[in-house]
Ligand binder design. Structure first.
Ligand code: ASP
Length: 297
């Protein structure tokens, strides 16, 4: 694998190999601190990030690399420098990999066609967030052993969620059934053809879920009103304590973060015993280590 641009198109065996490698890291497997010694990994974040940027940084350090943390704020983007000029200039400083987040879908793909080093998509617009899909699958696999025959309900702003798209590809490739649930205006057409079941009724699908993944309302990507009010969205699609009661006793609750507490997820559920949200974050480091190792080979 030269780049990691998306989950779509990856085979089950490719995904499992990455997750196996992450598992070995997490179990304290062979010392990997020499793998990228003397190399630089460049984090290029054209959009804000907390978890993804820091965990790629920690993953790179664990492999012995230096990290260049470039952010759009304070850069020459404000002077009109193009995406390709920016990345070609960063590439000229010699990194072994570029980790890119950009608000435009397809930006990492464009970059990958124009640079010689490895490119990792850290989230491109509403398209894909492959490392998140992998770490979510990894979290479920660690809990369940495997995903075959499991049902994962992904609820909320499906339309604007790159996390939903990467998870749909990743979880179905690993044998799970994915139910995408949200208001009709936030469910893009064609999801069934990607293998998903689609529903607008959270209360009907919740009792079947082995895990529920709540998505943030991506208000920054919504140019128009997709629902009457945030309060109504929360009432119909928020995972509150009463709704969580409808879940199977062992069902897990996930969220990619950042959480709009009290909107898509109630604080008591986010911090409750079913929640694996901080496990997802912790696993992000091992999974991103596996990704960096794979594309920098
Ligand atoms: N952190 C995730 C992303 O960058 C989810 C979110 O922002 O809601 O896509």
């Amino acid at each position: 694998m030269r780049h990691l641009l998306g989950i779509e198109g990856l085979r089950r065996a490719d995904i499992e190999a990455l997750l196996d490698r992450a598992e070995a890291h997490l179990r304290g497997g062979p010392d990997a601190s020499h793998v990228l010694r003397g190399k630089v990994v460049a984090n290029l974040f054209f959009e804000d990030s907390t978890r993804t940027r820091t965990s790629f940084e920690m993953a790179a350090h664990a492999l012995g690399a230096e990290v260049l943390n470039w952010t759009m704020a304070g850069s020459s983007v404000s002077k009109g420098e193009t995406l390709l000029d920016t990345v070609r200039n960063i590439e000229a400083t010699g990194p072994v990999a570029l980790v890119i987040r950009h608000r435009a879908a397809g930006a990492p793909h464009l970059v990958a066609r124009n640079v010689g080093c490895a490119v990792i998509n850290a989230g491109d617009g509403t398209h894909e967030h492959p490392s998140q899909g992998l770490l979510d699958a990894f979290t479920l696999r660690r809990r369940w052993g495997n995903l075959d025959g499991r049902t994962v309900v992904i609820v909320g702003d499906i339309l604007h969620s790159r996390v939903a798209r990467s998870n749909l590809h990743c979880l179905t490739a690993l044998g799970a059934k994915v139910v995408l649930c949200g208001p009709p205006t936030l469910l893009p057409p064609g999801l069934e053809s990607l293998g998903a079941e689609v529903s607008t009724r959270l209360d009907e699908v919740l009792p079947r879920a082995d895990a529920v993944m709540c998505l943030r309302l991506q208000l920054e990507r919504q140019g128009e009103n997709f629902f009457p009010s945030v309060r109504e969205f929360a009432r119909l699609y928020g995972l509150n304590a009463a709704r969580a009661e409808r879940l199977k006793p062992e069902a897990l609750v996930m969220h990619p973060g950042p959480i709009n507490r009290g909107v898509e997820l109630a604080p008591a559920v986010a911090d409750g015993s079913r929640s694996v949200i901080l496990e997802q974050v912790a696993h992000g480091v091992a999974v991103r280590r596996a990704i960096l190792e794979e594309v920098c080979r």
